[in-house]
Write a protein that binds this ligand. Sequence first.
Ligand SMILES: Nc1ncnc2c1ncn2[C@@H]1O[C@H](COP(=O)(O)O)[C@@H](OP(=O)(O)O)[C@H]1O
Ligand SMILES: [Mg+2]
Ligand SMILES: [Mg+2]
Ligand SMILES: [Mg+2]
Length: 360
Amino acid sequence: MSELPSPPPPAAGNQYGAEHAAAKKAVALAARLCKKVQQDLLKLDVQTKADRTPVTVADYGSQVLVSVVLKIELPSNSFSMVAEEDSEDLRKDGAQEMLGHITKLVNETIINDGSYSITLSKEDVLVAIDGGKSEGGPSGRYWILDPIDGTKGFIRGDQYAIGLALLDEGKVVLGAMACPNLPFKSIDHNGGSSRDQVGALFSATIGCGSTVESLEGSQPQKISVCSISNPVDASFFESYERKHCMRDCTSSIAEKLGIQAPPVRIDSQAKYGAVAQGDGAIYWRFPHKRSKEAVWDHAAGSIIVTEAGGLVKDASGNDLDFSKGRYLDRDAGIIATNKYLMPLVVKAAQEAMKEEGILA
Ligand SMILES: Nc1ncnc2c1ncn2[C@@H]1O[C@H](COP(=O)(O)O)[C@@H](OP(=O)(O)O)[C@H]1O
Ligand SMILES: [Mg+2]
Ligand SMILES: [Mg+2]
Ligand SMILES: [Mg+2]
């Protein structure tokens, strides 16, 4: 397989140009490993974590590759990352076979890409996974990674995303997100023609807009959220998994807004990418309990939507605060949409949640 294409030099004025290029390379390489695993996922490649959610060899392998690429591409003594997975379960007796498989997958992906002449041992793999143990917070620079967001979708053969973001003094300043199964329209700027492709790489840097390109390499093209202002014409995305979203509440919000289109239910932060490129108008998330929302489930997706001209708020209309550590501090619910629809969706959500007894 050919080496991943080097991205074009960053636009003048992009102070995170090197990080942007490294982040895209990292998620694109991780996506190669994930695609290979999704094609022939075996039962023994999937484990259940202590919180009873699934994790696969690809979640771990992706986390290793992103961490390795960032460290090589951006040499510095101060690498810090908040990532979803840790090595605890892989260090247990009985996990040796799985660890061996992850190590093999990581090394094969590196060899096939051809950019780096390194081979990782099992111990290197464990150490790379634990590179994601940072606690985050309001100061300094650190990465936030969801190595596979939508693991349940990944196992089912559906949508998933690899989401990577950079925080600088508590603010998300860049995001790169690979969505290997998401369709997008690639536009030939010479001929003006467009064709449908699958495998999108979204990225955004603060103040520089959002782009999408092919995961296999193509010219990045600017994207923007839709400009629908009447909710009757809007469509919305929500979780495929019934357990992840209160459907009674969201159908009530949709009814209040007069939305005609049926819900589009897909897994992962691919929903943020779809809203950012105007495939639909709204992504909302209303979890059942006031469960904690992890920063890695939203950091990359949220900057890709805001740099595409959209807004991302909690259900009270507040900005998301990524500076509080590994979890977001927010009021129930998260909404991503354009500036016209946001106040209407927040109002409908507040009313619906009061009626459902979720808000006082
Ligand atoms: N019972 C639950 N309620 C709400 N969110 C949940 C959940 N179980 C898992 N999740 C979160 O939902 C994410 C997937 O979101 P979506 O529903 O949009 O596909 C998961 O990310 P991971 O797959 O990275 O673990 C996980 O963080
Ligand atoms: Mg998970
Ligand atoms: Mg996730
Ligand atoms: Mg995950």
